[in-house]
Design a protein around this ligand. Structure first.
Ligand SMILES: Cc1cc2nc3c(=O)[nH]c(=O)nc-3n(C[C@H](O)[C@H](O)[C@H](O)COP(=O)(O)O)c2cc1C
Length: 172
């Protein structure tokens, strides 16, 4: 697999962006897969030519158990369980010493004070030794539960194609 687009989502918006990124990567000739956090093993993450990691912004950054609980109050009430988010998943990655490439994105509200989960994702990926091939991207949602702002799906496709082309370029 050339490109693995890994996502956390609670209302489906980040999944939608991840799907569009993979479509764009495929249009540019890459073999791309979209994977939920629970589907990605550290071994698979390490094998992907490019790991693209995305998550919703919660309280200016990556989600935490209590913010995920806010997004799933009915589940917390019944089972007391909140699925892991990208913050916990990043901690499971192996150290890869620079030879593996990655990029990060997030979804966020349309506010200058929105923050962005992608900054924390970038820090986590760098911490594990990944080389970032692009600046992080934020995709705006109109409301917490969506929809994506008009034009963002197209932007995600174009970004996916840019990433695939960066992957095809020689290692720098
Ligand atoms: C508890 C909680 C906190 C949030 N905090 C922020 C925030 O600080 N900044 C922001 O831009 N969006 C914030 N949001 C909105 C999310 O970014 C939005 O729900 C997300 O982009 C939707 O993506 P998803 O459908 O993949 O979960 C928050 C949402 C929740 C549930």
């Amino acid at each position: 697999m050339d490109v693995a687009v890994v996502y956390e989502t609670h209302y489906g918006q980040t999944h939608e962006v991840a799907t569009a990124i993979a479509e764009g990567a495929r249009q540019a000739g890459a073999d791309a897969a979209v994977l939920a956090l629970t589907e990605v093993t550290p071994e698979l993450a390490e094998r992907a030519g490019l790991l693209v990691v995305g998550a919703p912004t919660h309280v200016l950054g990556m989600s935490r158990p209590w913010t995920r609980g806010k997004a799933h109050p009915q589940e917390v009430g019944t089972q007391g369980e909140v699925p892991d988010g990208v913050r916990e998943w990043l901690a499971t990655l192996p150290a890869v010493e620079g030879q593996w490439r990655a990029a990060a994105f997030d979804t966020r509200l349309p506010s200058t004070l929105a923050g962005g989960a992608s900054h924390g994702i970038v820090r986590g990926l760098r911490h594990h030794g990944f080389t970032l091939v692009a600046d992080p991207e934020g995709f705006v949602v109109e409301e917490a539960e969506g929809p994506l702002r008009e034009g963002k799906t197209e932007r995600a496709r174009a970004w996916g194609a840019e990433l695939a082309r960066a992957l095809a370029a020689p290692h720098s």
